[in-house]
Design a protein around this ligand. Sequence first.
Ligand code: C5P
Length: 222
Amino acid sequence: MSVPVITIDGPSASGKGTVAAIVAQRLGFHYLDSGSLYRLLALHARQLDVAWEAEDRLAELAASLPAAFEQGQVWLDGNDASEAIRAEEIGIGASKVAALPAVRAALLQRQRDFAVAPGLVTDGRDMGSVVFPQARVKIFLTASAEERAFRRYKQLIGKGESANLPQIKQDIIDRDTRDAARAVAPLRQEPDAFLLDTTELTIDQAVDTVLRCFGQSQASGV
Ligand code: C5P
C-alpha cells in the first residue's frame, strides 16, 4: 500500500506551513516545507555569489544542496539557517530560482524521498500538481491578499522588526504573480484539490478541515 500523502499548496503567507506542520504532528506524519528548499538554494547561491538567474549553475547547486532538516531546524552546510531563510529578500530570491525549470527538476526526487511511512504532509506551490500527483488528499489553501499581508505584518511586529503594511502587500502580490505566471509548475488550484479559504478561519478551524478531508479519504478508501 502506498504511503499516504497530504499536499497543501497555496500562495505566500497563506498560513499553509503552519497548518501543514500541525496536521503532520496530529497524525504523526513527516512534514516537508518544500519552500524551504528553494529558500535554502537562494541563500546558498547568495553566499557563493551565484546570481539568482544563473540556471545551469543553480541546478548544479540544487543537485548537491547541503541541506538537512533536523531537530525542528533547517540546516545549510552544517549551519542553522532557519532564521536566515525567512528574510524577505531570500523569499524573493527563492521565487526567482524556483521559476527555473532545471532547478525544479534537480529538486524533484529529493522532495519525493520524504514520502516514507507512516505518511507525509507537505506544503508548497506544486506539491499536488507535480511532486505528488497521486496524493491521498490535496488542499489549496488561500486567504485574501489583505489578510495575508496583515498576518505577515503582525508576525514581523511580533518579532520586533519594522514592517510596512502596504509594502508587504505589494511584495505578496508580486510574488503570487511571479509564482502563478511562470511556465513551469505554476501556482494554481488543481481540479481535484479542496479549496480552503482561511480569510475568516482560525488556524484550528483550518487544521480541523484538513483532518476531516483526510478522515473522509480514509473512509472512502481513496
Ligand atoms: O512557501 P515559501 O514562501 O517558503 O516559498 C518560497 C518560494 O519558493 C515561493 O515564492 C515559490 O516561488 C517557491 N516555491 C515553489 N514551489 C514550491 C514551494 C515554494 O516554487 N513547492
